[in-house]
Ligand binder design. Structure first.
Ligand SMILES: [Mg+2]
Length: 284
């Protein structure tokens, strides 16, 4: 334990040192607008990278090379969250204790508390096996029988906004249709593409007017047994929330990607991945 504290503190000092060196370099080489802000931002990002690398390698011994962007974003998010706590404690000491050095004592106590919290948050949410990697592909979800299935299109059947359906996906949909009542459901506004997918799969999109996670979509379907509803989709924040709101089971599948997704779609997917990651690990 004491070894861990020494290592953790040493890495914090190295990160602070890196922060100052980068700030010094930026100050001496950049004379444009917002010089101080730019220097501070570069220093902060540099120290975050340094600390992330050191924590990953030598505190948590985390060797997974995948999902580095997710891990780094979650790590930074934890950093912002704990910094806010740190500021709160220092400010409280400054306001409520009637002596000059109170804010420094507050800063020291706040920093210690925040490092402990950050260590535990990183251990629980950042340097862990990424749950998204364990999701099955739509084609591998296995048998579903006698259910009303609400099937997402983009990311589940095809990559975002695409209209070519792979042969194995067609087989999986046909199997699903054989044993269940299946409705398509999409948040896409691309009517031509949507119509093409409907025709290819021989299925109807349940509701063109409302979008997930609206409960109103359910009103357009005939559901014989509400306790046997399942939503299959790739998005936690739309498909998952929709399933929760209508009392359905949610089967999340690994997202199909074309890797030509527009930036907005990439950002939405990224946020969705983070939300799923947090929600999944909070439950465990
Ligand atoms: Mg989708």
């Amino acid at each position: 334990m004491s070894k861990l504290i020494i290592k953790y503190s040493a890495f914090a000092l190295i990160a602070i040192f890196g922060n100052i060196i980068v700030q010094f370099m930026v100050f001496n080489n950049y004379t444009g607008p917002y010089q101080l802000l730019v220097a501070m931002a570069c220093g902060t990002v540099a120290s975050l990278f340094i600390k992330y690398f050191l924590d990953k390698k030598f505190i948590f011994y985390f060797n997974n090379k995948r999902n580095n962007i997710y891990n780094f974003a979650l790590y930074s998010f934890n950093g912002v969250f704990t910094t806010l706590i740190f500021w709160g404690i220092e400010t409280a000491f400054y306001i409520f204790l009637p002596f000059g050095a109170a804010k420094y004592i507050g800063a020291f106590i706040g920093l210690c508390i925040c490092y402990v919290i950050k260590y535990h948050l990183d251990k629980r949410f950042v340097f862990v096996e990424f749950p998204y990697d364990k999701l099955p592909a739509f084609e591998d979800i296995g048998d579903i029988l006698d259910m009303t299935v609400i099937l997402d299109i983009d990311g589940t059947i095809v990559a975002d906004n695409c209209d070519e359906i792979a042969a194995e996906t067609m087989v999986a949909v046909e199997t699903l249709k054989k044993h269940n009542t299946v409705y398509l459901c999409t948040n896409s506004f691309n009517r031509i593409r949507n119509a093409k997918v409907e025709k290819l799969l021989g299925l109807k999109i349940a509701d063109m007017k409302h979008k997930k996670p609206s409960k109103k979509i359910l009103e357009t379907m005939f559901v014989e047994n509400p306790s046997r509803l399942v939503v299959i989709g790739d998005k936690f924040l739309t498909d998952g929330l929709f399933a929760k709101r209508i009392g359905a089971q949610f089967l999340m599948v690994k997202r199909k990607l074309s890797f030509n997704e527009p930036l907005l779609v990439k950002v939405i997917n990224f946020i969705d991945g983070m939300a799923y990651h947090f929600a999944y690990l909070s439950k465990k």
